[in-house]
Design a protein around this ligand. Structure first.
Ligand code: NAD
Ligand code: ZN
Length: 366
C-alpha cells in the first residue's frame, strides 16, 4: 500500500505519498486536497516518453485540465532560458495564483519548476512528482528550488515548499541503472548522518532496494522521514540542515573539477566519493574509527559507486586546485572551513573550524 510521510512545517505541512503506481492516482490525490484547480505540467523529454500520458490521463479522470511544458533533459536545463520558457508556458496557459505547477521528472525539473512556481504571480501552488531516485529521496523534499548561472550551481533560487509530493516507486523502473545507483548514494547518506540501524539494514538488503517492491518503498520512505525531520527543525538552513551536506563538500569540488561532465561524474557519484572521503578525513582527525570508514567504503563500493578519487575517470587537478573548489571564498583558503565530519556511522556533526591546511594535506595523501 501507499506510505504517507508528513513534512511538518508550522502551518504549512504537506504529505509525501510513496508507493508503486502512484502517478496514476495523482489526479484524485490533487483533487481531494485542492478542488477545482488547473495545472501546468513541467517535464523533460525522457520522462515524458515514459510517464507523461499516465499523469495526464489521471488528471483528466479527476476533471483537472492541464497544459504541458516539455524541456530537454539534463543539468543545462536549470537555466535562465528554460526558466523563461516555463514562466511563459504557465502564463500562456492562463493559470492563476491558486493553480498548480506540477514537476514531473528528476531534480533538474523539480528545482526549475519549483522556482518558476515560486515567482510566477508571486507564488503559485506547486506539486512534485519526482521520477528519479535522487528526486524521490532528496530534491523533492524540503522546498529548495533554483537554477544555475555561469558563476556556479544553484546560485539563484528560493525556498518554495510543495503542497504535495507523489513518489511513484515503480516509475524508477525506467530510470537508467547508473542514475539509480547515484540516487542510492543519497539514501546511504541518511543512514550515515544519524540512522545507524538504517545503514546496517541497507548493507544487508540493498539488493532488494535495487530490485523494487517493498524494500525499495521502505528505503525511500525512511529517507524522506530522515530529510523531513531535519527540514522541519531547520527549514531555512540556519544550522543543522547543513548535516544534509555530508559528502557534498568534497563531492561538489569533484563535480566542479570534472567540469560537471556527467559522462565522468554525476552528482550522486561525487557524493559517494565525498562521503567515503569525509569518513577517512574524520579518521585522520581522530574522530572516527578506521573500521567505520572501511564499512562505508565497502558498502558504497559493493553497489558499484566510486569511493576514491582514483575511481573517477580522467585526470583530476592538483590538491591546491581542489582545495580552491572547496573554499570558493579565497579568504578561507588560509583560514578555517566548515565540514560535515563524523564520530562514526550515524554520528555526523557540523565542524565549523577545520583548518584548510588539514584539508590540503588530506587531499594530497588521497
Ligand atoms: P535529472 O533530473 O537530470 O535526472 C537524471 C536523468 O534521468 C535525466 O536524464 C532524466 O531525464 C532521467 N530520468 C528521470 N526520471 C526518469 C525515469 N523515471 N525514467 C527514465 N529517465 C528518467 O537529475 P537528478 O539526479 O534527478 O537531479 C539532479 C538535480 O537535483 C541537480 O540539479 C541538483 O542540483 C538537484 N538537487 C536539488 C536538491 C534540492 O534540495 N532542491 C537536492 C539534491 C539535488
Ligand atoms: Zn546531493
Amino acid at each position: 500500500g501507499t506510505v504517507r510521510v508528513e513534512v511538518d512545517l508550522a502551518g504549512r505541512s504537506y504529505d509525501i505519498l510513496i508507493g508503486d503506481g502512484l502517478i496514476a492516482s495523482c489526479g484524485s490525490e490533487i483533487a481531494r486536497r485542492m478542488p477545482s484547480v488547473r495545472c501546468a505540467i513541467v517535464t523533460d523529454s525522457n520522462v515524458a516518453a515514459a510517464h507523461l500520458a499516465t499523469l495526464v490521463e489521471s488528471l483528466e479522470r479527476a476533471g483537472i485540465e492541464s497544459a504541458t511544458i516539455t524541456l530537454d533533459p539534463g543539468e543545462k536545463t536549470k537555466s535562465f532560458a528554460a526558466l523563461e520558457a516555463v514562466v511563459d508556458g504557465v502564463l500562456g496557459a492562463r493559470l492563476e495564483r491558486g493553480d498548480l505547477v506540477i514537476a514531473l521528472g528528476g531534480g533538474v525539473i523539480g528545482d526549475l519548476a519549483g522556482f518558476a512556481a515560486g515567482i510566477v504571480r508571486r507564488g503559485m501552488g506547486f506539486v512534485q512528482v519526482p521520477t528519479s531516485l535522487l528526486a524521490q529521496v532528496d530534491s523533492s523534499v524540503g522546498g529548495k528550488t533554483g537554477i544555475n548561472t555561469a558563476r556556479g550551481k544553484n546560485l539563484v533560487g528560493l525556498f518554495h515548499q510543495p503542497r504535495l509530493v507523489v513518489a511513484d516507486t515503480a516509475a524508477l523502473d525506467t530510470l537508467p541503472p547508473r542514475e539509480f545507483r547515484a540516487g542510492y548514494a543519497e539514501v546511504v547518506k541518511y543512514g550515515l548522518i544519524d540512522r545507524p540501524d538504517f545503514f546496517a539494514w541497507l548493507e544487508k538488503d540493498w539488493r532488494a532496494v535495487f530490485t523494487g517492491g517493498p524494500a525499495r518503498q521502505r528505503a525511500i520512505a525512511e529517507s524522506c522521514r530522515a530529510k523531513a525531520e531535519i527540514v522541519a527543525r531547520d527549514e531555512l538552513e540556519t544550522g543543522e540542515r547543513a548535516l544534509l551536506n555530508l559528502g557534498h563538500t568534497f563531492g561538489h569540488a569533484l563535480e566542479a573539477a570534472t567540469g560537471y561532465d556527467g559522462a565522468r561524474l554525476v552528482h550522486g557519484e561525487g557524493v559517494a566519493v565525498g562521503m567515503a572521503l569525509a569518513h577517512r578525513f574524520s579518521v585522520r582527525l581522530n574522530q572516527c574509527s578506521a573500521d567505520d570508514a572501511a564499512r562505508v567504503e565497502a558498502h558504497l563500493g559493493e553497489v558499484g559507486l566510486p569511493v576514491r578519487m582514483a575511481d573517477i575517470p580522467g585526470s583530476l587537478p592538483g590538491a591546491e586546485q581542489l582545495l580552491s573548489y572547496i573554499a570558493q571564498d579565497k579568504k578561507v583558503l588560509r583560514g578555517a572551513l566548515t565540514f560535515i565530519l563524523t564520530r562514526g556511522i550515524g554520528r555526523s556533526y557540523i565542524a565549523r573550524d577545520v583548518p584548510a591546511s588539514e584539508v590540503l594535506s588530506f587531499i594530497q595523501e588521497n
